[in-house]
Ligand binder design. Structure first.
Ligand SMILES: [Zn+2]
Ligand SMILES: [Zn+2]
Ligand SMILES: [Zn+2]
Length: 200
């Protein structure tokens, strides 16, 4: 029988990569151990005093190091996750390799999404989006400027990263106005009026 292993996973707060390594239960029971990131800038420390484990977790979500005290069974059996004290999201996983790998992958995706939102890159091209929105305002200001084929003149607007959706409030028909390139802007400027593709 092979030696029993436990996998530890966390997100490196320095380089942003996922760190995942296995340690033998034997080594963990003897003295505790360290799981370090390949970048050399962070390490998860596991200490054992004969009664409890103390884990020092570098947190990829808030950048701090969290300390968790766990009974041996939580570290050595089953699967567990430790939460970041700041964000309340899990930032460290312990358990069988497959489980840790999956959870860590989900965490990395979550972190990447948050990062993108934080950069303020709401639109593909801010200038084009601004121009498209002001053009839409001009069209809407004309009598019957924006209407739906169903006969409605009531619509809502949803602004996306590279387009603006006009949605009929009565029939739900949708007209997507692209707002990514100069060409999109030129196309829109040709229109005196816009008609949503609702059913007559
Ligand atoms: Zn790193
Ligand atoms: Zn944290
Ligand atoms: Zn309609």
């Amino acid at each position: 029988m092979g030696e029993e292993m436990r996998t530890f996973g966390y997100l490196c707060p320095k380089c942003g990569k996922t760190v995942m390594k296995a340690r033998s239960v034997f080594a963990l029971e003897a003295s505790g151990t360290e799981v370090d990131c390949g970048c050399g800038e962070s390490a998860l420390r596991v200490e054992y005093d004969g009664e409890r484990y103390r884990l020092y977790v570098p947190c990829g979500l808030c950048g701090k190091t969290h300390v968790a005290v766990c009974p041996p069974e939580r570290v050595l059996e089953g699967a567990t996750a430790l939460a970041c004290a700041e964000t309340k999201q899990f930032c460290c996983f312990i358990g069988p390799e497959g489980t840790v790998e999956r959870q860590l992958g989900e965490l990395a995706i979550l972190k990447e999404k948050e990062g993108r939102q934080g950069e303020g890159e709401a639109f593909l091209d801010n200038v084009i989006m601004y121009e498209v929105l002001s053009e839409l305002r001009d069209i809407a200001a004309r009598p019957g400027g924006i209407t739906c084929a169903c006969g409605s003149g009531r619509y809502g607007m949803e602004i996306r990263r590279s387009a603006v959706d006009l949605i009929c409030r009565d029939c739900g028909a949708k007209l997507r106005v692209p707002a990514a390139t100069d060409r999109d802007l030129d196309d829109l400027c040709c229109h005196m009026k816009l008609v949503l593709p609702g059913k007559r």
